[in-house]
Design a protein around this ligand. Sequence first.
Ligand code: GUN
Length: 283
Amino acid sequence: MAIIDGKALAQKMQAELAEKTAKLKEKSGQTPGLVVILVGENPASQVYVRNKERSAIAAGFRSEVIRVSDSITQEELLFLIGRYNQDPAWNGILVQLPLPAHIDEEAVLLAIDPEKDVDGFHPTNMGRLWSGHPVMIPCTPAGIMEMLREYNVELESKRAVVIGRSNIVGKPMAQLLLAKNATVTLTHSRTHHLAEIAKQADILIVAIGRGHFVTKDFVKEGAVVIDVGMNRDENGKLIGDVKFDEVAEIASLITPVPGGVGPMTITMLMEQTYQAFKRSLES
Ligand code: GUN
């Protein structure tokens, strides 16, 4: 068994990104810009946003975090997004989720210019992904694909099982694996005989959001196991969706939590901002 070191890969990619960004800045005389809009004071969101800002600055981007009160109206938020859509100085726009209940998330995601939608959540970008012409891809599954590539995991004709069907992870993950000619099964909380299905997987991706849900009974000997989970146990410790200790004994490759998928997500966000910048120079 080997452990996939997401942190090391993320650091390597960040260093490469800073290098290519510096080159393109010099050549074009312009700087990539990422704006993050944070509504309210959700503590987890504040941490995520701070990390995104730090990472953008490390890459050599212009970074702005717009912090607005959770009493902002939907109309005001849409107006704010519209301003950044119009401004060519910004290549990436990200609205941190979750949003307060009085704001329609769908309407907000729809308002972001798809060419600046570095999260890949706009229906246009989801449609592009599902029709086989991806432009912006949700960052967590994009990071997982990078990890599988780095560790030379063969996908062609392999059996992949994804547990969890969210728009952010499960659905785009299934599509990315399908595009690499894996045979993909997308499962979820209502799937019958889940362990039995998961046990057929050569590659098992777990994004169900339940701490230690996947035990060794879900895993075939030699499988590659990717854990997207970020849960807290009763002592407040960060744990994945996979029971790491027992699954690590039978998996050929496995991601830890923390230090697996998490660091890759932000790196892919920066990579997509860079790509959006590059495309803006070409258009
Ligand atoms: N909240 C939790 N994860 C994410 C993410 O990847 N993007 C955004 N915008 N909000 C999030």
